[in-house]
Ligand binder design. Sequence first.
Ligand SMILES: [Mg+2]
Length: 253
Amino acid sequence: MSVLPPPPLHTDAKFVVLSDWDGTITDKDSNDFMTDNLGMGREKRRELNGRILDGSMTYRDAFAAMLNSVHTPYDECKEILKKNIGLDPGFQEFYHWCKSNGIPVIIVSSGMAPIIRAVLSNLFPEAEADSIDIIANDVKYLDPEGKDWEIVYRHPESGFGHDKSKAILPYRDLPSKPTLFFCGDGVSDMSAAKHADLLFTKIMPNGDSDLLAYCKKEGIPNVPFTDFHKVLERVKEVVGGKSVESVLKEEGN
Ligand SMILES: [Mg+2]
């Protein structure tokens, strides 16, 4: 069940890219930034992250607690994030290459769509920022101006709040199934990770990646990357005819 409508499926595409937003397409996680700077602070947030990883709290409940600690009006949050969140250095080139080759790029996020659009509008020309497909959570204003607000989950019944596998699975059931690329970095990407044909795991400059650690533990083949230049190179190869298996093998899987 979803309380929020998804964008239409790209039924004719031969290749589809689905990507996490925070920390994957962006240079830092906007929700972590809000929580650390406007809410409970980094230390308490890291405690909750630990509870997600040890299984004593769901992602959904921990993430809601983080956001509930932010009491800054929503519009102000948007402006603060527009000033502080940048793009992965290779993403614009990647996005434009995909677009000119008819490959849909869909943002699949546990964040809130209005904030993603606001940050995008700062980084992309407005028409493009408005037309990029986003499957994310939403926000509910608790007063007319949004001084107080809360996250609205796409899949409130799921421990992820937004079960990202539901964005990718409909593509697997299409009569002519496209080759599916998924890019992610964190805990919220785990539900989608095993359903991609080629999974890209973003690692931070210090080598950290919760998603990569999860893939290693579960034996899920993947291609680690530090920025989208690498994703573009590998996607180009597959579109040019190289098999996914060859790419995975070359990446040490
Ligand atoms: Mg992320």
